[in-house]
Design a protein around this ligand. Structure first.
Ligand SMILES: *Cc1c(COP(=O)(O)O)cnc(C)c1O
Length: 213
């Protein structure tokens, strides 16, 4: 059902409230309008903890949007998210979307995995992306920079607004009209993010900054 020529957004991680899997659907009509200007397809995956009621509600809500967007945007929710599916997703989609509620994202490991595969991150500036993000070079940010964020303030509207405008005005035009620029950014993600955000560095820093201090 998926078309390899259509801009494909991936969103896969534990289904739990702070990850805001449904932020993309904050304004359903706006998203439908954007999808009229250029094709989009979205792949979701992620399980919730059995006792995480709001996580389960999120999965249910996304399934509702899958139905609501039939014929407008092809959306699938893959079952049984695991490392095999993760490998296919972080190497197979075009955009890796992450929309956590600041400052809850300790790291956001899957974004680094995407960068290793030249998949471009489109993410809230939280976790590793605060350091890895160079706007329009290694990927794109969503919403205000951490320094501008009051942590008690609800950022849902601001974040969603930025997500929609960048998707419509920057990301989709580049994907469909400037493949060269897109390929350059994929190379930047590998050369500027993957060379640094890897497990060698992680182990080195655990050893020198945590284990043997
Ligand atoms: C990488 C990975 C995660 C962690 O992803 P985050 O972005 O850190 O939430 C979770 N589950 C699977 C199967 C993974 O491969």
């Amino acid at each position: 059902m998926m078309n390899p020529d259509v801009l494909t957004i991936g969103f896969a991680r534990r289904a739990t409230a702070y990850k805001r899997a449904d932020l993309l659907f904050s304004d359903v009509n706006r998203l439908k309008k954007i999808a009229k200007k250029g094709k989009l397809q979205i792949i979701y995956a992620g399980k919730s903890h059995p006792n995480d009621q709001s996580g389960k509600k999120l999965i249910e809500a996304i399934h509702g949007y899958v139905k609501e967007f039939k014929g407008v945007i092809d959306i699938v929710y893959l079952k049984n998210y695991n490392m095999d599916i993760a490998l296919k997703l972080v190497s197979g989609v075009d955009i890796w979307l992450n929309t956590p509620l600041r400052p809850r994202e300790a790291s956001g490991t899957s974004g680094m995995k995407a960068a290793h595969n030249g998949v471009l991150n489109f993410s809230v500036l939280d976790g590793w992306w605060i350091e890895g993000h160079i706007e329009g070079f290694t990927g794109w940010s969503i919403g205000p920079a951490p320094s501008e964020v009051t942590l008690t303030e609800n950022m849902d509207t601001k974040d969603a607004d930025d997500l929609y405008s960048k998707l419509e005005e920057v990301i989709m035009p580049m994907f469909y009209k400037n493949k060269e620029a897109w390929a350059r950014m994929m190379k930047n993600a590998i050369s500027k993010n993957a060379y640094y955000f890897n497990s060698h560095r992680m182990m080195r820093r655990y050893v020198t900054e945590a284990y043997i201090r």
